[in-house]
Write a protein that binds this ligand. Structure first.
Ligand code: DX5
Ligand code: ZN
Length: 217
């Protein structure tokens, strides 16, 4: 059984609160919050004030994905009572262990993400400090891109390492997942599935969440 984390990057920002309540009441497990700084990735999305505008709404917990340089400086801004995970990019960290411990120091789950060109071996030494590992299945920066099936091998590797080492991180995939390929993503061993355009681009958003949930549970 896998969990669903719709990415609000593809939401209609003029109706953000209503759309996030809609996916949450339809059963989404997390709200995936894609933060982009225009430096680590060639696009700017939104920052902590936008996320915090949802705090009073009836939403699923936040799964924050920081695609930013110098993440340590901004981690505290994203800690709220609803923040379950904060994920940083391995490629943006000068000291991965320090940053993962920093996230945990707020009582929030520590996540580490790798871009398509970064192998699992680059993060193997710090997997014991991860509550989540996020495998990017597109180049980070934009929603609506094509899924890279080669990334499923990383999911299998992370499952094997977790079993061998007795680790307990969740494995998440992000980018290009839709109803047509979600079965193979689940079969590879993914615990949490991010979907942006496939959810918020649907004619009936709540119905699409339910379709995803019946495919992954
Ligand atoms: C990409 C973001 C993803 C993206 C997912 O940089 O991290 O979360 O918005 O969107 P889709 O599902 O449309 O690929
Ligand atoms: Zn993301």
């Amino acid at each position: 059984m896998s969990k669903l984390a719709p990415s609000i990057l593809s939401a209609d920002f003029a109706q953000l609160g209503d759309q996030v309540e809609l996916i949450s009441s339809a059963g989404a497990d997390y709200v995936h919050i894609d933060v982009m700084d225009g430096h680590f990735v060639p696009n700017i999305s939104f920052g902590a004030p936008v996320m915090k505008s949802l705090d009073k709404r009836n939403t699923a917990p936040y799964d924050v994905h920081l695609m930013i340089e110098d993440p340590d400086k901004y981690i505290p801004d994203f800690v709220t009572e609803k923040t379950d995970f904060i994920t940083v990019h391995a490629e943006a960290c000068s000291n991965m262990s320090y940053t993962l411990e920093h996230i945990r120091s707020y009582g929030v789950g520590s996540g580490l993400s790798i871009k398509p060109g970064t192998p699992v071996s680059e993060i193997e030494s710090v997997l014991g400090l991860c509550d989540m590992v996020l495998v990017m299945s597109v180049e980070p920066g934009f929603g609506g891109q094509k899924f890279m099936p080669d990334m499923l091998e990383k999911i299998r590797q992370l499952c094997d390492i977790r079993a061998e080492q007795g680790y307990s991180y969740e494995i998440e995939i992000d980018g290009g997942v839709g109803l047509s390929n979600v079965d193979q993503v689940v079969a590879a061993g993914t615990d949490i599935i991010v979907a942006g355009s496939a959810v918020f681009g649907a004619p009936d958003i709540a119905e699409r969440v339910r379709e995803f949930l019946s495919a992954i549970r």
